[in-house]
Design a protein around this ligand. Structure first.
Ligand code: GUN
Length: 284
């Protein structure tokens, strides 16, 4: 049976580390501030935003909350972003996605100043990541690297397979694994023989977006499996991932559960990025 990678515990450790750093800054008279923008009332987004605000409270980061109505225009949102870009007392800006259909997400992502882009979605952040410059890294893949390192999984020289090529997870994940000296393959919906590729993986990151799609037959004996998916099932509204957990856990060496695996890491890394933004703004 696979060993469980406890994302709840590891994310707690990271939040405690951030909390300690923030407390030191507070003693020096520095406040770390994250502006959180939610447009509309999407229930999942409201839960995520609330959890982000709670994490700020826990770590001592000041959060400024902007809850805008569903019919907010793109101009109104862009004008708020301009204002926050200029505000000296704001370190990071987070606009919760998805946005209502009248607002162009790409235009919003481009408008956030790259030095406050704690989500790591701005093209400048993505470019910096690609060429190994200091910048913000998308929170979910950054969190996965922390999960692997803190669980003593060796990336250097390992066969790493990522299923999914999204801008938020798959692509930055592949770049980060390359940076850690992994041998990386990215699979997607056009991959011809998915199982043949995944069975080579020492580290398999699954970010497909389809409940329980990957079972034990896709896994090499002893592999580390990271499940990025999160879905509500019909059965009692229980949460599940992109992996069929019991089947994968019977073959894998290490595995992240859903919930309590990757999910909590995303928020912990947002706190890390916000602290980093504050350091950058003070020239540290
Ligand atoms: N919606 C789903 N995931 C994310 C995320 O990581 N950041 C933002 N801003 N919105 C999201």
């Amino acid at each position: 049976m696979a060993e469980i990678i406890d994302g709840k515990k590891i994310s707690q450790d990271i939040k405690d580390e951030v909390k300690e750093q923030v407390a030191k800054l507070n003693e020096e008279g520095v406040t770390v501030t994250l502006a959180v923008i939610l447009v509309g009332k999407d229930p999942a987004s409201s839960v995520y935003v609330n959890n982000k605000k709670k994490a700020c409270e826990y770590t001592g980061i000041r959060s400024l909350s902007y809850e805008l109505p569903e019919d907010t225009t793109e101009e109104e949102l862009l004008s708020l972003i301009d204002q926050l870009n200029q505000a000296e007392n704001v370190d990071g800006i987070l606009v919760q996605l998805p946005l209502p259909k009248q607002i162009d997400e790409d235009r919003v992502i481009h408008r956030i100043s790259p030095d406050k882009d704690v989500d790591g979605f701005h093209p400048e952040s993505v470019g910096r990541l690609s060429i190994g410059e200091r910048g913000f890294v998308s929170c979910t893949p950054a969190g996965i690297i922390e999960l692997l390192k803190r669980s003593n999984v060796v990336i250097d020289g390992s066969e790493c397979v990522v299923i999914g090529r999204s801008n938020i997870v798959g692509k930055p994940m592949a770049i980060l694994l390359i940076r850690e000296n992994g041998t990386v393959t990215v699979c997607h919906s056009h991959t011809k023989d998915l199982k043949e590729v995944t069975r080579r993986a020492d580290i398999l990151v699954v970010a497909i977006g389809k409940p329980k799609m990957i079972d034990g037959s896709y896994i090499k004996e002893g592999a580390t499996v990271i499940d990025v998916g999160i879905h509500r099932t019909g059965e009692g509204n229980k949460l599940c991932g992109d992996c069929d957990y019991d089947s994968v856990a019977a073959v894998a060496g290490k595995i992240t559960p859903v919930p309590g695996g990757v999910g909590p890491m995303t928020i912990a890394m947002l706190m890390v990025n916000t602290l980093e933004a504050s350091r950058m703004h003070r020239g540290k």
